[in-house]
Ligand binder design. Structure first.
Ligand SMILES: *Cc1c(COP(=O)(O)O)cnc(C)c1O
Length: 366
């Protein structure tokens, strides 16, 4: 069994993907080719924003956003302690300070009360992460930001396509960022990402920054990056986007099957999706008290699992010199010790799910 079955997906869309790739090769428009503009228009329409801009990764999307927002050395940015390293390392790369705060124990997303408590006179922004495919509490976070004059940039690397009160992830803050890493819900065949915004000026700045700060050819207005999305990746993503909404329906079905299997089983906590949210199920993540034993049993049966994430960001060696290395985040600590992600992709069958669920239930019983 695969954790994410990319081969099966490729087999399904192979003819369409090969045709798109062939088209790029035939035109040799490898940088800024027509497929990129087409993808950007489709992403903007799908997300419901004025501007969707392709870039080289979800990590570079975060950097682009912060550079466009004018982040300065020593600025503080509040973010959840329970996320992938990119959310925090990009802030540190900007010579700014990531301020790690705790999460809600039910959704694993940043706790708005913890955000409020962490604001200082150096705070400039908040990066909520929409973890596992479910959007964070954007109304509360945007309200806090408005009160204190801060920007909000949603890290939607795991939540492209998810909805919050009827609006799409990525369209819920000043800037939204996402990733097209192959295993993400909308994945390419290599690295890629995008930024989203309704703000024309920010969009213009991000477009300039991702192309060496170039205004016109060899006329560089600001210090920038090479952070463009390859036309080949855009061409592949166009095909994936065509099938994306159907895939999300299938992911929801898989999640429902899992939850039905686990409901009523002692020792297993299933994911909580808030009523105003729809998830794209980047992960199906449960909690178990005896995680190492459960993982061992599943591994024996050839069922892959993963832990997103085993070490809170503030305790990573990379942040050993960080003033917050010993910050208290009880919900993050508990989640890091208990969460377990199970195989999840749109091509799983009910039989696959039952196989995994039975193994988990047996392992939890001990
Ligand atoms: C995957 C991910 C990123 C980084 O995306 P890349 O495309 O791999 O650079 C950032 N934040 C979160 C929450 C992620 O899951």
């Amino acid at each position: 069994m695969e954790f994410v079955d990319l081969k099966r997906q490729y087999d399904e869309y192979k003819d369409e993907i090969m045709a798109e790739i062939q088209n790029v090769l035939d035109t040799t428009a490898f940088i800024n080719g027509p497929a990129l503009q087409e993808l950007e228009a489709q992403l903007a329409g799908h997300t419901g924003v004025r501007h969707a801009i392709g870039c080289s990764s979800g990590t570079d999307a975060l950097i682009l956003g912060m550079m466009a927002l004018g982040i300065q050395r020593g600025d503080e940015v509040i973010l959840p302690d329970f996320s992938f390293i990119a959310t925090a390392e990009t802030v540190a790369l900007m010579a700014a300070t990531p301020v790690f705060v705790d999460i809600r124990p039910d959704t694993y997303n940043i706790d708005p009360a913890a955000v409020r408590a962490a604001i200082t006179d150096k705070t400039v922004g908040i990066i909520p992460v929409s973890l596992y495919g479910q959007v964070a509490d954007m109304d509360e976070i945007n309200a806090i930001a408005r009160e204190h004059g801060l920007w909000v940039m949603e890290d939607a690397a795991q939540s492209y396509g998810a909805t919050y009160k009827g609006s799409r992830s990525g369209a819920l803050s000043k800037i939204g960022t996402t990733s097209f890493f192959p295993a993400k819900p909308l994945g390419g065949y290599g690295d890629g990402g995008a930024v989203f915004t309704d703000d024309d000026e920010l969009a213009g700045r991000m477009r300039m920054i991702l192309n060496h700060g170039q205004r016109r050819r060899y006329d560089h207005a600001v210090i920038g990056l090479n952070a463009r999305l390859d036309t080949l990746q855009a061409a592949i993503l166009k095909v994936k986007l065509r099938h994306f909404d159907d895939e999300v329906v299938r992911r929801q079905q898989v999640a429902d099957w899992y939850t039905a299997e686990f409901t009523g089983t002692q020792g297993i906590v299933t994911p909580v999706i808030l009523d105003h949210n729809t998830s794209v199920w980047a992960q199906y993540t449960i909690r178990v008290a005896n995680r190492p034993a459960v993982q061992a049993v599943l591994q024996e049966r050839g069922i892959p699992t993963a832990v997103h994430y085993p070490i809170p960001l503030h305790r990573q060696d990379a942040f050993a010199d960080h003033a917050q290395h010993g910050v208290e985040v009880p919900h993050t600590e508990k989640a890091s010790a208990e969460v377990l992600s199970l195989p999840m992709h749109p091509f799983m069958t009910a039989e696959d799910v039952i196989l995994v669920a039975d193994a988990v239930k047996e392992a939890v019983r001990g």
